[in-house]
Design a protein around this ligand. Structure first.
Ligand code: AMP
Length: 196
């Protein structure tokens, strides 16, 4: 069962993706975590990615897509932070198709904009993340709105997307995610239906 968790920075994707992956026995693929690991190891990819991360900008699609290709082997995955652009959606479609895997189910976590900023500013105190400073936090929200919100329409049209209220305790949000995934109809997961 391939799942994508979508949501603005601060919506709780990382926490919920890790927990969901644990519940269903899938791998949690966080592109942000993979980039940060490369940055801390000082790899070539890390050096390329760092300036984008520090600026709150997206790493170029070709770099990100190639990295994701290394991660997906079967459809037991929860994607956290990918896809984030329309081009990444097209790439993921081709990748899954090429591997003979079924379309993904998509859950988007919704949290009011001011709550997102509050959460991230709070997280900034202990995360040590170089992009958790207020100016960059606002830039990341703007990039999300411009680049990633169009993905909601794409997956909604395919019948593969459910919105989940991301407010409240993590265990409550987790229950909503499970219910949303169960509600995404099995017929919508047939390749011919997804193309319609
Ligand atoms: P995250 O941990 O998901 O908030 O991601 C942190 C940063 O990693 C983002 O602000 C981007 O710079 C980069 N990043 C993560 N995922 C992607 C992606 N799918 N496409 C481009 N950049 C990404």
């Amino acid at each position: 069962m391939g799942v994508i968790l979508l949501g603005a920075p601060g919506a709780g994707k990382g926490t919920q993706a890790a927990a969901l992956a644990g519940r269903v026995g899938a791998v949690h693929i966080s592109t942000g975590d993979i980039f940060r690991t490369h940055v801390s190891r000082g790899t070539d990819l890390g050096r390329t990615a760092q300036r984008y991360l520090d600026a709150g900008q997206y790493v170029p699609d070709d770099v990100t897509n190639a990295m994701v290709r290394e991660q997906i082997r079967d459809d037991a995955f929860v994607l956290d932070g990918f896809p984030r652009t329309v081009r990444q959606v097209a790439y993921l479609d081709e990748l899954l198709d090429g591997l003979g895997l079924s379309p993904v189910r998509v859950v988007v976590l919704t949290v009011p904009p001011q709550e997102l900023i509050t959460r991230l500013v709070r997280r900034a105190h202990d995360s040590g993340r170089s992009d958790d400073i207020e100016e960059i936090i606002r830039e990341r929200q703007a990039v999300y709105r411009a680049e990633t919100t169009p993905l909601l329409g794409i997956y909604r049209e395919r019948g593969l997307l459910r919105e989940v209220d991301g407010a409240g305790r993590p265990d409550e949000v987790a229950r909503r995610i499970d219910a949303a995934l169960a509600a995404i109809s099995v017929t919508a997961l047939r390749p011919d239906a997804s193309a319609a």
